[in-house]
Write a protein of this length. Sequence first.
Length: 568
Amino acid sequence: MAGAVSNRLTGLLEATGLFTPPQIEELAIKQRESEGLLTTHVVALEYAREDAFLAALAKAMQIPYVRVGDQPVPGEVLEKVPTKAVFQYNVIPIRLDNGVLRVATSEPFRPGLADSLRLASGCRIRFALSPSADIEKAAKKFYGVGADTLDRLRADKQLDLDEDLGPGIGDLNDLDQEASVVKFVNQIIWECHHDRGTDIHIEPMENDLRIRYRIDGVLHPTPLPPQMKRFQSAIISRIKVMAGMDIAEKRLPQDGRISRKVKGEEIDIRVSTMPTVYGESVSLRLLMRSSGMFGMDKLGLFKDDEDLLHRLIRRPHGILLNTGPTGSGKSTSLYAWLHTINSVDKRILTVEDPIEYEMAGINQIQMRPEIGLTFAVGLRHILRQDPDVIMVGEIRDQETADIAIRAALTGHLVFSTLHTNDAAGAITRLVDMGIEPFLVASSVEALVAQRLIRSLCPHCKRPWPVDRPFLESLSFPMDKLPTGTICEPAGCEECRGTGYIGRTGIYEILVVTDAIRQMVVDRQSAADIKQYALANGMHTLRMDGWRKVLAGVTTLEEVIRVTSEDET
């Protein structure tokens, strides 16, 4: 019998036309020795791409080859196969005709698979072949993330889904640690990291629980089973345990931190909880330690801006301020500046809240306001540590600003951030804090405003048919149009159909010249300062965005989304 199966497998592999006789022999041996994961062996041995192999195998077996997930599947068909089996075997039912259930799989030779599905569904089983990644995505789309966890808990009767749990479940020892909520929390962290996400938001609604990932700056909802609302207290409690928070305190906001290794990569997770009407809202910020360790060449700067910043960050003293809203990449830029100038002959100290990336050779201080270690206190004591370069995570008040400016005036180079809309606005912001204009003029060397925009997917971007009237309405530099190519997103598997992969920065760099210093002392407005800087060669955020559009890096829509119209 085994010989007949082996001969049939050999014949099918030969019929695909993808393998040499020695490769077929090795695959037959692997098939006998393992759990029938033939496709896995083909891919692991790099004999063929999975999609090409499955398409050829489907033709040889005379069964359909499909890309699941593109077409909806009726609920009654999905219910035929238990959720546990869908995720355990990575299969998905796609059609039911006259008692015959068509099931998509990437491993049709798995021993006992057809019998298990037949017993579970009560239907005759016929296979279709589909790539494993497609099946996995479709399972999450149709059943929801964590559906197998929910199914298992219901089977074990550990949670009565008809009973309102409310705040009752707080101790995760009441649950199966390995198979339930712990697995679910780990799964959403891994998925967000795998999808290049930076944030996870767990938001209790009145009748459901919503989980959203922020990917490339845009929020994407994650499909969940409708009953997941019942897990709300358990999920939040599990995250609190991981972050070292008080699981009994549900009335006050809390902050915590989680360190995890995911697929060999260290990830730090900042956790924040906030009480809302329907329960605690939880936000997790994923910080990949390795991603912060890069130089200025990875920030998306054009050559002229990069050369200018290289000169500015090597000045012996003064303040360089990076401005922008939350999530605009300010901290990443500051770390890149420090990484660029970090050397054994410079003593660099930072005061941060929190420390997002740990950098070798730099003394980093974590703020702890609860014991009195604030930015101002830390900065005051840093000056007694003989620093050459100081990085202050954020200037939040007059005291911190005053100490930073006096540090710059006494021969130190200071990097910091401010929350303003543009570069010139940082000057008036400091004055509004109570800093004398002559101190601002004497200490500030340059101001950098920045935003993050999504980068076009290199695999699917395509030329955009130029609409000249539309471009003219945007004050687009039409004279530059012949030298560049404007592209638009198309969407493919590589970019999850969004048309974008990753993000890059756009920048506005205002160098404080003697003329601008005099304008600051004279208390001229930010608009006047910006107008003067533009007349002398500075470009705005939107202008830098147009340059990236012409370079095919991003789209017009992205630049319009993150920048305001240049009134000047």
